[in-house]
Write a protein that binds this ligand. Structure first.
Ligand SMILES: Cc1cc2nc3c(=O)[nH]c(=O)nc-3n(C[C@H](O)[C@H](O)[C@H](O)COP(=O)(O)O)c2cc1C
Length: 368
């Protein structure tokens, strides 16, 4: 049985001091111009130093990739001072700092993009209330986005991060290229499953190429994905296992599934016997570490999640109790704060945006 206190070796040989991680959680606290704020530094500083891996909230790689206001930016060298401060803040006591990067694609709106229409693989709106019809990306623009993922990786290296995570989950641009709902293209970027994977492969290879060129073999590159989508058309677990198999053969350092609950199963008959996490873990078959996530709140949850993963990530738990990891590692489990008190919101550096998100997703954890 895996122990949460054990070290983990990533594919490139980097050692994480334990099997615990903080998953990416956007704070919605960056400045209007996407630079890091003092409040963000305080938020990260309060929570770092105990988990082996700390992945930041997502940062957009070009201006029209912004998903919401208050999100980190990494599309210009002007961000380097703030990002360096962020990396230094997180890298305490051996915790590895990983910057999550993305392009939001159609999961944005013209208000967030200061009047610009969002872009996506195809001109099809997302199935969520208030979604705008995006503009279809041209071939040249797709090539530019790939270059911008590479440039963002260079900046993460220069800023002193230990790595980057490509956000290929939660319906953002990398996910949109893989999805038959958002990608209706009939050129080299769309059509068959293989073609819908082309953009992902180009971005992964591009970013791994940057790490080689800059000669930083210790730099971590992770990839996050969603196991399925609920739209029709939409990809299902079978197609995801195909993707996972492809990604596990790349020189990535870890894979990270995005789940609201770590032991969720899918509804397709063929894969109804086990959790999605277990299918993914078995597909990877030890080629590289897998991070699990979703409603992991106790030591027992960690132990169960680690049956079919190598690292367990705790999100909401660490918003509510910044010392969640310190308490677990010291065996002081009973002292873990389980609910968020409205009075303590500011003290714990929970932004109004994060609070509103929790109110929508996990109201049972909030005490008014
Ligand atoms: C406030 C908040 C912000 C989030 N922001 C991101 C993000 O920037 N990138 C991402 O991949 N996932 C994001 N997530 C999803 C989390 O990484 C995680 O998958 C999810 O919260 C489930 O874990 P939990 O049950 O431990 O909270 C966010 C979640 C929360 C609660």
């Amino acid at each position: 049985m895996k122990q949460l206190t054990e070290q983990v070796r990533l594919r490139n040989g980097v050692i994480l001091k334990n099997r615990l991680a903080i998953p990416p959680m956007t704070t919605r606290m960056s400045y209007y111009d996407d630079t890091v704020t003092g409040d963000e530094i305080a938020y990260y500083g309060m929570r770092t130093g105990d988990a082996g891996l700390f992945i930041t909230g997502v940062a957009h790689i070009q201006p029209n990739g912004r998903g919401w206001t208050g999100e980190l930016g990494v599309y210009d060298d002007k961000f380097l001072p703030g990002l360096s401060k962020l990396a230094t803040t997180i890298k305490q006591n051996g915790t590895k700092a990983v910057l999550q990067i993305f392009h939001a694609g159609r999961m944005s709106d013209s208000k967030t993009l200061e009047g610009e229409q969002p872009v996506a693989p195809s001109a099809v709106a997302a199935e969520r209330e208030g979604s705008e019809v995006p503009r279809e990306l041209t071939n040249t623009e797709i090539e530019e986005i790939i270059e911008n993922f590479k440039a963002a990786t260079v900046r993460a290296i220069k800023a002193g991060f230990d790595g980057i995570e490509l956000h290929g989950a939660n319906h953002y641009l990398l996910h949109q290229f893989f999805s038959p709902h958002s990608n209706r293209r009939e050129d080299q970027w769309g059509g068959s499953l293989e073609k819908r994977y082309t953009f992902i492969e180009r971005v992964v290879d591009g970013v791994l190429g940057v790490v080689k060129e800059m000669n930083v073999p210790d730099f971590i590159v992770g990839y996050r994905f969603s196991p399925r989508e609920e739209t029709d058309p939409g990809f299902n677990l079978e197609e995801t296992l195909w993707l996972v198999d492809k990604l596990a053969d790349k020189e990535l350092d870890y894979l990270h599934i995005s789940l609201t609950r770590y032991d969720r199963a899918t509804n397709i008959q063929k894969y109804a016997d086990k959790s999605m996490l277990q299918y993914v873990y078995e597909t990877i078959n030890g080629r590289l570490p897998l991070i699990s996530v979703g409603d992991i709140h106790t030591r027992e949850d960690v132990a169960t999640a680690l049956q079919y993963s190598d690292i367990a990530a705790i999100g909401t738990g660490v918003l509510i109790d910044p010392k969640w990891f310190a308490k677990i590692l010291a065996g002081r489990d009973s002292e873990i704060r389980k609910t968020l008190n409205l009075q303590d919101k500011e003290l714990l550096m929970i932004s109004n945006g994060t609070y509103a998100f929790m109110e929508m997703k996990t109201p049972e954890l909030l005490v008014k």
